[in-house]
Design a protein around this ligand. Structure first.
Ligand SMILES: [Zn+2]
Length: 355
């Protein structure tokens, strides 16, 4: 079984702390500087790929900025508790599709952050904070701000309200106006080392095997790893694919499996082949000594043996078989036939490693 059945698996991921960002050098230096008693700059532009940890970093910075304790974030003061629960009235969040301005609520803009939201933000920042303390603003997908909205935000960036921390999050910061970028301190998040993700997952109550499989599938994205680790439907599907494609015992089993995926539409077929390809690559990485075999326990013994004792080259013809199946369905060759051929290749490879 690749999955642990302990209920703790579904536990909510814990908040990331300063130490979790130690492998992100620039970020870590900035957080350490603040920990030592220096204030944050007024505005930051946090950039990174999807799942790189932009939101987690922004929340950590907001907690550090607004914490009323001495070791920030203390985790126990009123501010910390409200921020962790998502109920702090002085944290203002802007995002696409969830306007905060009354007139924009009516317009329902779907793909941009409209100028009305920035005007509303400026209005709120001009008032006293609710709790009488510091405030933070998180603008997600900041590059989705309309140009007019970005120009309206410039005034806030030029004359930041006392005690306010502005955090702009972006996947493609180049799409922001130069004038916005030049007024924010850049913090770029890179891919995360496996051991750091493993530590975060472990602290969130995720079992070792599932953590290893989530790390394999997430490709350095901590957000994706956390999301996958708690996604039961994803693990059920992974188990099913492993069973269907890698546990075939006899030729006579093949038509039933092929039949099961008969109705899949083209995108689902390609996705299925990609998942089989991912699994073969995971086996090959173990074989090449680049991965531990933690994530392989869902595979039948033959495959585990192949990964441990075989050379990485034994997987190449199988990856070719997946590619061939992909080419065939792109060329509208009969899907059932292509799938049966692939299943046969996998079954024959497995049978060579049975004892
Ligand atoms: Zn606190």
């Amino acid at each position: 079984m690749a999955t642990d059945s302990r209920p703790a698996e579904a536990a909510a991921p814990r908040l990331l702390g300063v130490r979790d960002f130690s492998a992100q050098t620039l970020v870590s230096e900035e957080l350490t500087r603040v920990r030592e008693g220096h204030p944050f700059s007024h505005a930051y532009l946090i950039s990174g790929a999807p799942g790189a940890g932009k939101s987690s970093l922004a929340l950590l910075m907001a907690r550090m900025h607004m914490c009323e304790g001495t070791s920030r974030p203390c985790g126990v003061c009123k501010s910390c508790v409200q921020l962790a629960a998502g109920t702090h009235p002085d944290l203002i969040e802007l995002r696409v599709g969830q306007p905060i301005a009354p007139e924009e609520l009516k317009n329902k803009p779907k793909s941009v952050i409209p100028v009305g939201d920035i005007r509303e933000l400026r209005r709120r920042l001009a008032l006293n904070s609710f709790e009488g303390g510091r405030r933070a603003v998180i603008i997600r997908q900041a590059e989705k701000m309309q140009e007019e909205a970005q120009n309206a935000l410039l005034k806030t960036l030029e004359e930041p309200p006392e005690g306010s921390l502005l955090l702009l999050l972006a996947e493609t910061p180049d799409q922001l106006l130069t004038t916005i970028r030049s007024r924010c301190r850049p913090l770029a998040l890179n891919a995360w080392p496996d051991d750091v993700i493993r530590r975060v997952l472990s602290a969130s109550g995720i079992g070792k095997e599932r953590a290893a499989a989530a790390i394999d599938a997430a490709g350095g994205s901590i957000g994706r790893a956390i999301q996958l680790a708690g996604d039961e439907a994803y693990w059920a599907r992974q188990e099913e694919i492993t069973r269907d494609f890698f546990a075939l015992a006899a030729r006579s089993d093949i038509p039933a499996v092929a039949n099961k995926y008969k109705a899949a539409a083209q995108p689902e077929r390609l996705e299925l082949l990609r998942e089989v390809d991912d699994k073969l690559r995971a086996l090959m990485l173990v074989s090449a000594g680049q991965r531990k075999d933690d994530a392989l326990s869902a595979f039948p013994g033959e495959w585990r043996r192949m990964a441990k004792e075989g050379r990485p080259g034994v997987f190449v013809p199988l990856l070719d078989a997946v590619t061939l199946a992909r080419v065939r369905i792109m060329n509208n060759v009969n899907w059932q036939a292509a799938l049966e051929q692939l299943l046969l290749s996998l079954m024959e490879a497995k049978s060579q490693w049975s004892t």
